[in-house]
Ligand binder design. Structure first.
Ligand code: HEC
Length: 95
């Protein structure tokens, strides 16, 4: 299973310009306040290394799937961390 996921990530990295279909995170998963708090911590610690911390309202739910599929590998997040950051961002991106 792990190999399949890694292959999917490697494949989607090659195919970014063709579409966001095969990424590890494709929608919401975590809902508990602990997991969302963990996502917030990971976001605040990992996403300000190369640029300022982005505004969660910059993207809608679909937009964050696309952007995080490019940024999570840059921030060296594993699939679970990637998922928690995603769930955190979409929990607060509503205006
Ligand atoms: C290793 C460096 C690096 C890390 C770590 C990183 N980014 Fe980025 N990020 C970039 C670069 C370079 C760009 C501009 C080029 C691009 O858009 O791909 C960018 C652009 C962005 C943008 C603007 C483009 C868009 O799609 O809106 C957002 C938002 C963003 N990053 C979010 C994040 C988040 C969230 C994280 C944490 C998971 C993160 N980044 C971690 C390097 C990084």
């Amino acid at each position: 299973m792990k190999k399949v996921i890694l292959a999917t990530i490697a494949f989607s990295a090659l195919m970014v310009s063709c579409g966001p279909k095969s990424t590890a995170v494709t929608g919401p998963k975590y809902k508990s306040s602990e997991q969302l708090a963990q996502g917030k911590t990971i976001f605040e610690n990992s996403c300000n290394k190369c640029h300022g911390l982005p505004n969660p309202e910059k993207h809608d739910d679909q937009g964050w799937i696309n952007t995080l599929s490019r940024m999570a590998p840059r921030a060296k997040l594993n699939d679970d961390q990637h998922q928690m950051v995603y769930d955190y961002l979409i929990s607060i991106n509503k205006k």
